[in-house]
Design a binder for this molecule. Structure first.
Ligand code: HEC
Length: 292
């Protein structure tokens, strides 16, 4: 009887020791310096590919194109079918790129899309929840397209990254809205301004308390829009069409946002109008001609 108990105890002690051993092994594996993943060793191994930009960023030359990123990011190649696919990663966070015939164009309705130009190339910038989600170059040399998705960085960093993308052998002016506080910036601030002040009564596509606002400025005018926002009661008094709308909406008094600056009005317009542009169907973009 006693022997048996000792036997069982002995057994569990062995198991305990074994599991402690395994635990120690696992811990030590985790604690090994992640040399393999060190961006610097990648850069040292491939000095032609990485050029330091001196401010904690480097330029990665990926062959068909180059891209600037914070220098903790490095390139890892993945296998793609008919395309050059890769990962630019700092281990925690990654950007993906796909250079080939079938690169994703963010056209399936899950993204807001804005047109832009980078180094002379027409591109589509994709937004999700007001953040830049990626960029698509619809037509490059021959029949290739390029898509680069962003990592979870600040919009400022992502802008810099996207704006830096340069297709090798092709150059041109960068008239990028990403650069100098143009459409995409306006769009982002307009979007949050709209959410904070207008969505309780306005939807872009359906009438709720107030009318649907998508494309309202192109249906009317900047003046019409500005007056409704900044000076509605005066507008209703002096403009018969405004008065008519006011009647249609059971004389609901419009809130007066008199403190909105011109820039804020512009951003709201960018939002209600650019939304419409985002809905432009894919077929309006240059089509890839496969035979060449
Ligand atoms: C409390 C509800 C409410 C809020 C908040 C509101 N609106 Fe309105 N809006 C209306 C109503 C109702 C109308 C219809 C005219 C009326 O009765 O005043 C209207 C009309 C408009 C029109 C004219 C639409 C057309 O079809 O010509 C514009 C433009 C407009 N609003 C913009 C805005 C913007 C931009 C904001 C946010 C900054 C905003 N509104 C906030 C209720 C609201």
């Amino acid at each position: 009887m006693q022997h048996q108990t000792i036997g069982i105890l002995g057994g569990s002690i062995k198991i305990l020791i074994l599991s402690l051993g395994l635990l120690a092994l696992a811990t030590s594996l985790l604690l090994i310096p992640p040399k393999f993943f060190d961006a610097r060793s990648f850069a040292e191994a491939d000095p032609d590919k990485y050029t330091s930009l001196g401010d904690g960023w480097h330029r990665i030359d990926l062959g068909p194109f180059s891209i600037d990123t914070p220098d903790r990011f490095y390139h890892v190649r993945k296998r793609g079918i008919d395309s050059y696919v890769g990962l630019i990663t700092d281990r925690k966070d990654s950007m993906h790129f796909d250079f080939g015939w079938y690169s994703y164009s963010y056209g399936d309705g899950r993204y807001l899309r804005s047109h832009d130009t980078i180094h002379g190339q027409k591109v589509i910038i994709a937004f999700k929840n007001d953040h830049i989600a990626g960029v698509h170059f619809p037509l490059l040399n021959k029949s290739n397209k390029l898509t680069v998705s962003t990592a979870q960085l600040s919009d400022q960093d992502n802008r810099r990254i996207i704006r830096s993308i340069k297709i090798n052998g092709i150059s041109g002016p960068t008239s990028s809205v990403l650069g100098q506080n143009k459409e995409s910036d306006l769009f982002i601030s307009g979007s949050s301004l709209f959410k904070a002040n207008c969505t309780s009564c306005h939807h872009l596509d359906k009438k709720i308390i107030g009318p649907a606002l998508r494309g309202v400025v192109s249906r009317t005018s900047v003046e019409w829009f500005t007056n409704w926002v900044k000076n509605p009661m005066e507008f209703i008094r002096t403009n018969p069409r405004a008065a008519q709308l006011f009647e249609e909406y059971n004389q609901t008094q419009h809130i007066r946002f008199s403190t909105f600056t011109d820039e804020q009005i512009k951003s709201l317009i960018e939002f209600v109008e650019q939304e419409r542009q985002h809905a432009v169907p894919e077929k309006n973009y240059p089509r890839v001609v496969a035979c060449q």
